[in-house]
Every structure is written in structure tokens, then in C-alpha cells.
Design a protein around this ligand. Structure first.
Ligand SMILES: C[S@@+](CC[C@H](N)C(=O)[O-])C[C@H]1O[C@@H](n2cnc3c(N)ncnc32)[C@H](O)[C@@H]1O
Length: 247
């Protein structure tokens, strides 16, 4: 399934959960604090800006933000919050789309680099980030750590979240380094809703090599936006890559 088909009107309508989940202040607060500090006095570019979950509060902080996004319905939701002058968006693929302007920060959050399903596209995405940055500029990636330790030999699926009304289940194709996330939401009736998204998972070391191919150096890696130490047990990471200031 193509990403454009996945992020359709229905997905866009259901995406925002104001005040809870990925929209909770304890999630967004540290994210926006860190990104605003990394942008400094410059402008920021968000790859896969979606409905503006992060871009809108970052722009409200005074950071000029531009977006790239494939899905028109997701952009439609963003436009219910801010106009084109406040957050301009280029419709297109984050691996290849060129945006006018100069940026001190490009960021790609919420595991979205994994929505590119080949290694070649993921490397292109790094190259595209580098293309938009001024010397010394940074590319920030938020990504989960593949949970293959949960997968015993012979098993192809894991449940990564189970709570009242929701089950998150991943199915793996280890050979192609692909995983399909299945999000089941249900209530007291017999009806359930399923949202599925395909991903190419990436190990931190592979991500660093992609960055290196595009001219970046790893500046920092933490387990979250607040700067918690990244360890062998961390389930995800915030990695900051930098173009050397004197390139
Ligand atoms: C999980 S959402 C993240 C949206 C937003 N960044 C956030 O943090 O809420 C993933 C978004 O990536 C977009 N997307 C997926 N592949 C893309 C690509 N190749 N280029 C641009 N946008 C893409 C989807 O349309 C969707 O809006």
C-alpha cells in the first residue's frame, strides 16, 4: 500500500487526539523545547509534517517552520489550524522534494523515516536533509529501536501494547527488514477498527551510517526529548546529526 493511500481522509480525521497520546503536553512540551533550542535563530523544516502536531506549537514559539508532506488530507487538517503564510507546505516526497529557503534544522519525528520502505530511499532522505541545511545545521530523527529481541525463532509477530480498547501488534519480515504495525481499536461492541502501516526498521548503527553517507556526524543520541541517557534497554531514541560547520 502506498503512503498516499494509507494517510487518507479517514486517517487524517482520526489523527489528532488533542491533549492525550502523542498530543499530550508531557510529550509535546519537551519535543518543542528541544527543537526550538536546536533551531536557534534559524528556520526549521519538518519532513512529513502531517497535521502539524509538532510544527504548530513550534511555530507558536517563534521558530519559522516549513513542511514537506505527501498526504493532502493530512495537510487539510493542518490548514484548519494555520494558514499557508504561517506554515508553508510543499506537497511531495521527503526523500526528494526541494523546499525554497535555508534551514538550521530539519527534523523527522515519530518514527516516520521508517515509512520509506527501502534503504536507498532512507539514504536519499538523509541526503535531502543535508541539501537544505546551512553549514553547522542539524537533522534530528526520532525513531524506535527494533524490538527483535521480542521475537523468538519461528515467530513472526509480537504484541507491543495491550490495554483496554487497544492492541498494537507487529508482524515481521526479517529478511527484508520490514515490519507492519497493526493498531486495533475496539469498544464494548464486536466492532474493531484496524489501521495498518508498513515500515522498514533501522538499527541505530545503520542510521548513523546513512547519516555519514550524506555528510553528517552524530552529535548526540538520547532515549527521549528530555535528554535521558540512551542505553541497551532504550525503546527509542532522539538522534541529532550535524553537518560540520566548516564543510
Ligand atoms: C506518523 S505521521 C507523522 C506526522 C507528524 N510528523 C507528527 O509527528 O505528528 C506520518 C506522516 O508521514 C507522511 N509521509 C509518509 N511518507 C512520506 C514521504 N515519503 N514524504 C512525505 N511525507 C510522508 C504521512 O502522509 C503522514 O502524514
Amino acid at each position: 500500500m502506498q503512503q498516499e493511500e494509507l494517510w487518507d481522509g479517514d486517517a487524517a480525521r482520526r489523527y489528532d487526539t488533542p491533549g492525550t497520546g502523542m498530543f499530550a503536553p508531557e510529550v509535546l512540551g519537551p519535543t518543542v523545547d528541544r527543537l526550538a533550542a536546536l533551531a536557534g535563530d534559524g528556520a526549521a523544516l519538518e519532513f512529513a509534517v502531517g497535521t502539524g502536531r509538532v510544527a504548530v506549537p513550534l511555530a507558536e514559539r517563534g521558530v519559522p517552520v516549513t513542511g514537506v508532506e505527501l498526504s493532502l488530507p493530512m495537510i487539510g487538517r493542518l490548514r484548519t489550524k494555520v494558514d499557508e503564510a504561517t506554515i508553508p507546505v510543499v506537497v511531495g516526497d521527503m526523500a526528494t522534494s526541494v523546499v525554497p529557503g535555508e534551514f538550521t534544522l530539519v527534523y523527522l519525528v515519530y518514527n516516520t523515516i521508517s515509512n520509506l520502505l527501502t534503504q536507498a530511499e532512507q539514504v536519499e532522505c538523509f541526503r535531502n536533509a543535508a541539501r537544505h541545511l546551512t553549514p553547522g545545521g542539524r537533522f534530528v530523527i526520532e525513531l524506535w529501536v527494533p524490538e527483535l529481541r521480542q521475537l523468538p525463532p519461528g515467530r513472526t509477530a509480537t504484541v507491543w501494547q495491550s490495554e483496554p480498547g487497544y492492541i498494537g501488534l507487529d508482524t515481521y519480515d526479517v529478511l527484508r527488514q520490514h515490519v507492519v504495525s497493526h493498531h486495533f481499536s475496539f469498544d464494548e461492541t464486536h466492532q474493531a477498527q484496524l489501521f495498518r502501516s508498513p515500515h522498514r526498521y533501522i538499527w541505530p548503527a545503520e542510521l548513523d551510517l546513512m547519516a555519514q553517507l550524506a555528510g553528517f556526524e552524530l552529535e548526540t543520541r538520547h532515549a527521549d526529548w528530555a535528554g535521558t541517557e540512551f542505553t541497551a534497554e532504550s525503546r527509542s531514541h532522539v538522534s541529532v546529526y550535524r553537518i560540520p560547520p566548516n564543510r
